[in-house]
Design a protein around this ligand. Structure first.
Ligand SMILES: NC(=O)c1ccc[n+]([C@@H]2O[C@H](COP(=O)([O-])OP(=O)(O)OC[C@H]3O[C@@H](n4cnc5c(N)ncnc54)[C@H](OP(=O)(O)O)[C@@H]3O)[C@@H](O)[C@H]2O)c1
Length: 314
């Protein structure tokens, strides 16, 4: 097992830092977020994930303030999403993240999104230089294809791959997960609850305002939602028959996948942190995971594969 995988094992659920953007409509404010993070830390969660793009640096700054008095106890991850694929650009992004996070070293730094058709090897050269300089410990990619990872691996080592993965989004199982296993790349799953869909609270008829950002998520789109809704109803029935909630079952199903090293959850407040962390303590027989996988196998066949949950492919 790689060093990184061993570290991630200590905090199987990680805290997401993306509270601007997709969930902006439900953003409950800084105090609420800090309370959620405090609760997570008190419960033993040590993996905190953010990005330069979350709130245009705001999430990094807030997390920097939060970790300042406990930095050595936190596994800190951030990301940069750049159009400029030069090594100078990624090194400058790392320096800016270090400043916003008020730290000398970031544990895991990701290339947040690839750039289709571009030579991204200079990014990797910059990341390896930053690693040698002690500014980052591990290198990650997020939302990258196999050929894009192959390109980067010509000049450096990828330690982690972050991707959308949940009961309703499993397209990476065919190729990227086996590739990561083969090359000892830790898999970090995001959108574990499929943006809250796997809490089971969305109705058959979605009533978002026309400009609500959730319309941009693949699973909410009109050609997928009816099937997604029916699938969630079936998952809920199974959960209820085992006296479990669907969100607990969904989180544990991900952690049950041998390929996954860590699961990021977007808990937006203290209550959600407490609720989600409970999932770790439940006894769930393997039989239930098998039944859930079978239900999921059926649903995912009806969902169009757009490679990522957002249809964002820069
Ligand atoms: N690398 C990437 O490109 C990428 C992309 C997406 C996310 N991420 C990372 O992964 C993290 C998590 O992603 P995500 O926000 O998409 O994850 P998620 O966990 O699938 O969805 C988060 C939403 O689920 C709802 N929720 C959470 N716990 C709940 C509970 N106990 N009961 C009911 N609803 C609950 C909340 O909805 P409400 O806000 O409506 O309450 C929350 O906004 C992000 O913060 C970020 O760090 C990375």
């Amino acid at each position: 097992m790689s060093n990184l995988k061993a570290k991630l094992e200590l905090s199987p659920l990680g805290m997401g830092g993306s509270f601007y953007g997709l969930n902006h409509a439900n953003f409950e404010g800084e105090t609420e977020i800090l309370a959620a993070w405090e609760t997570a830390f008190a419960l033993g969660i040590r993996h905190f994930d953010t990005a330069t793009g979350y709130g245009d640096g705001y999430s990094e700054r807030l997390l920097g303030r939060f970790v300042a008095d406990k930095r050595d106890q936190i596994f800190l991850a951030s990301k940069a999403n750049l159009d400029d694929t030069s090594s100078q650009a990624i090194m400058a992004a790392i320096d800016a993240s270090l400043e916003r996070l008020q730290t000398d070293v970031i544990d895991l730094y990701y290339l947040h999104w690839s750039r289709t058709g571009k030579d991204m090897r200079p990014w990797m050269t910059g990341l390896e230089t930053a690693r040698q300089q002690g500014k980052i410990r591990f290198v990650g990619v997020s939302n990258f294809s196999i050929s894009q990872m192959e390109q980067l691996r010509q000049v450096g080592q990828i330690d982690a791959c972050q991707m959308g993965y949940n009961l309703l989004w499993r397209f990476n199982e065919h190729d990227i997960l086996p590739y990561c296993a083969k090359h000892d790349i830790a898999v970090i799953a995001y959108s574990a609850l499929a943006h809250g869909i796997l809490s089971g609270r969305y109705p058959r008829e979605l009533e978002f305002a026309p400009n609500d950002q959730r319309w941009g998520i693949r699973l909410f789109k009109p050609d997928a939602w009816a099937q997604v809704f029916e699938g969630v109803e079936a998952f809920k029935q199974l959960a209820a028959s085992e006296n479990l909630t669907l969100s607990h079952l969904a989180l544990r199903w991900l952690l049950h996948q041998a390929s996954v090293s860590s699961v990021l959850v977007g808990s937006k407040n203290k209550q959600q942190v407490l609720e989600n962390q409970k999932a770790l303590t439940l006894e769930i027989p393997d039989r239930v995971f098998a039944e859930l996988s079978a239900l999921s196998d059926h649903v995912i066949q009806t969902i169009p594969d757009d490679r990522d949950l957002f249809g964002y492919q820069p």
